[in-house]
Design a binder for this molecule. Structure first.
Ligand code: NDP
Ligand code: TDO
Ligand code: MG
Length: 290
């Protein structure tokens, strides 16, 4: 990413302490072409409309990347109000502030907007039909962005992991230290995404000054089950543990999850010219840090 310094873009990053937000912080330390401004949930509570409007009226940003979200899928089932507040209403406040100040919003959404009944990858034209509260709240957030703004990118991703925060990879490694055997579902198919790859590619979209605004799908390449994912994590880490494939009905959770949520990235690769890494390759590289 080569940039000239004559117009140093100002980029606001919200939810800075989450997985994706922290990956942006890592990049920002080494990548000085942009003027990054990070806000954690303590520094800016997105559900407080006044906090958003006062920040946007004090400073002018070229881009706002919203990494903040309510991501506890199971908890959301009994905490619907807060899930919708963060994933939908707060996104509306943010989109309104971006509209008033002519800021390009990059908003992150999820494969869980889909019901999982398809058997081929979901593209951006496929109709969402969430089957859990988290997915419904994220879909409502997307709709606010689309209705309020013209200059936006909504990037749907899936199965995000990193060395930071909570994620499946860290959970598997933690459990493997505590148990001799693990049961993992093999009837939910999707694509893992390393948060560092997503962060790097979002900055790529910015450095290209892409103006093909709209909705895009982004994950690492390839699709697998959570069982396959767990097996590969242990293979790469050389952890000896028995992993049993089970069906979702034998792993009851408060929230239903889509059986199939692979995202089709054809549009992303064509319009945004991104070279997306294979899930296994990204996992191998990132596991050195996890
Ligand atoms: N994780 C995943 O597997 C996937 C994530 N996504 C989407 O990707 C994006 C990034 O996810 P990820 O980095 O994993 O999420 P994390 O859960 O790691 O981070 C979310 C961040 O949002 C912050 N946050 C929550 N509520 C507020 C609020 N009211 N105001 C400001 N900040 C708030 C949290 O702060 P605090 O910790 O203080 O609450 C946390 O730092 C999200 O939009 C998510 O929906 C999409 C698909 C898969
Ligand atoms: C810990 C564990 C989970 N599982 C199953 C439960 C679930 O179906 C699947 C993944 O579990 P997790 O709770 O880690 O992941 P989950 O919270 O469902 O992850 C989702 O998070 C949100 C934010 C998204 O947007 C999605 O793309 C997706 O990444 O693995 C097992 O089968 N065995 C286990 O030991
Ligand atoms: Mg989870």
């Amino acid at each position: 990413m080569v940039e000239s310094n004559n117009k140093r873009l100002k980029i606001l990053i919200l939810g800075a302490n989450g997985q994706l937000g922290t990956c942006f912080q890592d990049i920002a330390k080494k990548y000085l072409y942009y003027d990054f401004n990070f806000k954690t949930s303590q520094q800016l509570d997105l559900t407080e409309k006044e906090q958003i409007s006062s920040l946007f009226s004090n400073e002018k940003f070229d881009y706002c990347i919203n990494c903040a979200a309510y991501t506890s899928v199971d908890k959301a089932e009994t905490d619907q109000e807060n899930a919708f507040l963060v994933n939908a209403e707060a996104v509306r406040f943010l989109a309104e502030a971006c509209k008033t100040t002519n800021t390009i919003l990059i908003h992150i959404s999820t494969d869980f907007v889909f019901d999982g009944t398809k058997t081929t990858p979901y593209n951006e034209e496929d109709l969402p039909n969430p089957i859990n509260v988290y997915g419904a709240s994220k879909l409502k957030g997307e709709q606010y962005v689309q209705n309020i703004l013209k200059q936006y990118f909504i990037i749907r991703t899936s199965w995000v992991y990193s060395e930071y925060g909570h994620n499946f990879v860290k959970t598997m490694l933690r459990l493997s230290a505590e148990r001799d055997e693990l049961n993992v579902v093999n009837d939910q198919i999707g694509s893992p995404t390393y948060a560092g790859d997503l962060a790097k590619d979002i900055l790529q979209i910015i450095s290209a000054r892409a103006t093909h605004y709209g909705l895009y799908h982004y994950t690492n390449e390839g699709n697998i089950s959570w069982y396959d994912f767990a097996k590969t994590i242990f293979e790469i880490k050389e952890v000896k543990i028995k992993v049993n494939p089970i069906s979702s009905k034998d792993y009851p959770t408060p929230a239903k999850r889509p059986a199939y949520s692979t995202l089709d990235k054809t549009k992303t690769k064509q319009m945004l010219k991104l070279n997306i890494r294979d899930w296994r390759y990204s996992l191998m590289l990132s596991l050195n840090k996890i």
